[in-house]
Design a binder for this molecule. Structure first.
Ligand code: ADP
Ligand code: MG
Length: 728
């Protein structure tokens, strides 16, 4: 048996088990060993047999004898019976429906069993106990250990029973026993530790072998902590290694050094009626420095909704165009692309007509300025647009995915009518909404030089998470809002205040304002799921509002199950004021600008993360009118109220994201999935020190040995890793 032996060669598996294992992503012995417990079963006191009584959950340690497999009388299921015996007495043990147990027990071996003391017809017995012959493993290990665990407290003879993520067909118990079997066979000893020894030593982390034993068969709580720490570190260390390696490769690409001129930037900024914030200036500075380096930029600009990322993008675009190059700007939806195009026109209008901006989406192509009206854009044919892009007369092309479709060619250096134009800068808005492949495609453009890449996002995430998932990008954070912005009035509304709040909203609607209502679900709640009964759904709530609350206004709905055409249509209607109230799930287009929408109601607020609530609130930030955010909650829990209160006090989304993370305990850290991070990895995200260490070490290794010649295990590991890589 080898670590990479297929699991079905090690265990005799039923089809349902095979299916379940493949669902859990377990194909080999090694995979199984890396299936980590999500928690540990209750600590159960170890008692001498003489002290136990009926109904107790008890752990009994002793010698096991009389093991036999039988069948239940009349009924046709299997039983495994045995006797366990300590100095004070003996008791019968019965396992129902678990024939495989018989192979896991050894006559006269010493073991600990945890189960319920049950009264049967023929006496008391211990029912379906969990058992841990592996205790032996841990104690062997303990004896061999020197430094790290030498000060382990004496155990108080309790048992920690790992509980594993299950799937239909394989139970936690089955997983536990199978893992123990593999550990007992010793195959894990053939595994090589991919984390370099010096790193383990430096941070006092256990080796892979020790950590596997500790996590699957801990002697005490400290074992589990130490092991989890290692696996958490391992996960983010390799995410970072993979990213940094990809970045090192990316950096080798040929790129154009663009010497943007400071005068151009100052001139451009001076045309605005307001002063750029320090954050914006710093961002522009960092970006233009990157552009001059002659290796492709890969930078992420993170900033709250409304922090003024477009201005940064526009300034940099202008400087790049003035230096003689072309810019492509990609947005995730048509509405956003149109909006950006309009913003750019507004920004460039002042500057004379020499900056030509194009728009390309699935449904139309436009060009600014129009010959007839230099203040405005005009509709043109796709062929015409593509021609002008290719000959370099259009300097900035804004668009959706259409930007990366076949047929869109930017001008090649020296070929264009207007001199040496070339696609040199690619800007991607709301970058997380694009797939990796799409980003890579735009970034390449099949030409020999790689354009510089600026991604932008308004999704507030904690710094530790950003440093991990974006470790292939350089980060610029815009954490400052333009001054003089009206604060959104945020109110936490209890059920008793609902009616009053609706009246306030009615007044605003009468004034001509519009509102969003955000619900956690799309459909009627499933009657079987008692838990979801109180959770509002878009469809239901829209009906209720139409009938009982706001019969006088137009109400529309928007959610993820609508076709994208339908979505755009509804958004368009909301945009132009045909719809007064838009009832939606949290999918409401990020960054969509409807300045007349000044109210957002969030139903079931305790279902959303703080950062998400903050982002939803950002939808009503764009107006000159006073905006309101009403956060509706039925929750009576004090922590929920505290949490929601933070919405009123936090200065920005990043602060909220940090706060959200700090409030969550282990086991509540889910939500990593969308970023490709497991629950255990999220534990590392909570630990700034650990993220920094993983970052330092991976940076050091890549710097010392970019090809990873001295680290074949790291190289192999990251080549198999399915982490999302932003550049590949
Ligand atoms: P986002 O970061 O969400 O993309 P935008 O770039 O759309 O934000 O900017 C939001 C609004 O703030 C725009 O109307 C923009 O003109 C305005 N704005 C940007 N920078 C400043 C500034 N320094 N001072 C005042 N207003 C600004
Ligand atoms: Mg924006």
């Amino acid at each position: 048996m080898q670590p990479d032996s297929p699991i079905e060669e090690i265990f005799r598996l039923k089809d349902t088990q095979k299916k379940a294992l493949s669902k859990l992503g377990i194909k080999t012995a090694e995979d199984l060993l890396h299936h980590l417990p999500s928690r540990y079963g209750e600590l159960v006191e170890t008692k001498p047999i003489v002290e136990i009584s009926k109904g107790d959950m008890a752990t009994i340690c002793g010698k096991i004898t009389n093991i036999k497999k039988t069948r239940a009388f009349k009924k046709r299921f299997s039983l495994t019976e045995a006797t366990i015996e300590d100095e004070t007495g003996k008791i019968k043990v019965i396992w129902f429906h678990q024939p495989y147990i018989v192979n896991m027990l050894k006559e006269s071996s010493w073991t600990c069993l945890t189960g319920k003391v049950t009264q049967g017809k023929s006496g008391t017995y211990l029912a379906n106990p969990d058992f841990s012959p592996e205790n032996k493993l841990s104690s062997d290990l303990e004896n061999n250990k020197k430094s790290l665990f030498s000060n382990t407290e004496k155990t108080n003879e309790t048992l920690l029973i790992p509980v594993y993520p299950e799937s239909r067909g394989v139970s936690s118990k089955w997983l536990h026993h199978s893992i123990l079997k593999i550990l007992r066979s010793g195959i894990h000893k053939k595994l090589e530790d991919p984390i370099p020894k010096e790193v383990l030593r430096k941070y006092n982390l256990p080796s892979l072998l020790d950590a596997l034993v500790f996590i699957h068969s801990p002697k005490n709580e400290k074992d589990t902590r130490v092991a989890r720490k290692r696996f958490a570190f391992e996960e983010i260390f390799f995410i970072q290694m993979a990213h940094l390696k990809a970045r090192a490769n990316y950096d080798k690409n040929k790129s154009i050094a663009i010497n943007t001129k400071q005068e151009d930037i100052e001139e451009f900024l001076s045309k605005f009626p307001f002063k750029p914030t320090n954050g914006q200036l710093k961002a522009i500075d960092q970006i233009t420095k990157d552009l001059k380096k002659g290796k492709p930029m890969a930078r992420l600009l993170e900033g709250d909704v409304g922090s003024g990322k477009t201005l940064v993008a526009a300034t940099v675009s202008y400087a790049v165009v003035e230096a003689g190059f072309q810019v492509a700007y990609m947005a995730p939806t048509e509405i956003l692309a149109q909006q950006l195009f309009k913003n750019f026109i507004d920004y460039f209008k002042h500057l004379g007509i020499w900056v030509q901006v194009g728009l390309i989406t699935g449904s139309e192509c436009r060009k600014f300025p129009s010959k007839a009206n230099p203040e405005d854009s005009t509709h043109i044919s796709r062929t015409q647009l593509l021609k002008w892009v290719q000959d370099g007369s259009i300097s900035i092309l804004v668009g959706t995915h259409s930007l990366i479709q076949k047929g869109v060619k930017f001008s090649a250096q020296g070929q264009s009518a207007s001199g040496g134009k070339n696609l040199a800068l690619v800007i991607i808005d709301e970058q997380h909404r694009f797939g990796t492949a799409q980003r890579a495609k735009l970034a390449r453009d099949k030409s020999e030089v790689t354009p510089h890449l600026l991604s932008m996002t308004a999704t507030p995430i904690p710094r530790t998470l950003a440093l991990t998932i974006y470790s292939d990008l350089d980060l610029t954070i815009l954490d400052e809002m333009p001054p003089g912005r009206k604060q959104i009035i945020t109110e936490i509304v209890s059920p008793a205040e609902r009616a009053l709040t609706y009246e306030k909203i009615r007044k605003e609607l009468k004034e001509g304002r519009q509102a969003y209502v955000i619900c956690p679900r799309i459909d009627e709640p499933d009657p079987d799921k008692a838990l979801s009964l109180n959770v509002k759904s878009v469809k239901e709530e829209a009906l209720r509002l139409r009938k009982d609350i706001f019969p006088e206004v137009e109400i529309g709905i928007l959610h993820g199950k609508l076709k994208s055409k339908e979505k755009e249509e509804v958004m368009q209607q909301f945009s132009c004021g045909q719809i007064d109230i838009l009832v939606a799930t949290s999918v409401v287009e990020v960054g969509v600008n409807v300045p007349n929408a000044t109210i957002i109601i969030i139903e079931g607020a305790d279902r959303f993360g703080l950062a998400q609530l903050h982002q939803l609130r950002g939808r009503v930030l764009r107006s000159n009118h006073q905006s309101y955010c009403f956060v509706f909650t039925d929750s009576k829990s004090k922590t929920t109220k505290e949490r929601l209160k933070a919405l009123k006090t936090a200065r920005n989304g990043f602060e909220l994201a940090e706060y959200d993370l700090s409030l969550r305990g282990p086991g509540e850290l889910g939500g990593g999935k969308q970023w490709g991070i497991s629950d255990i990895g999220m534990e590392a995200i909570k630990n700034i020190k650990m993220v920094e260490v993983a970052r330092e070490e991976s940076q050091r290794i890549i710097k010392e040995d970019p090809e990873l010649k001295k680290y074949p295990l790291i190289k192999e590991r990251i080549s198999n890793q399915k982490t999302e890589i932003h550049f590949e």
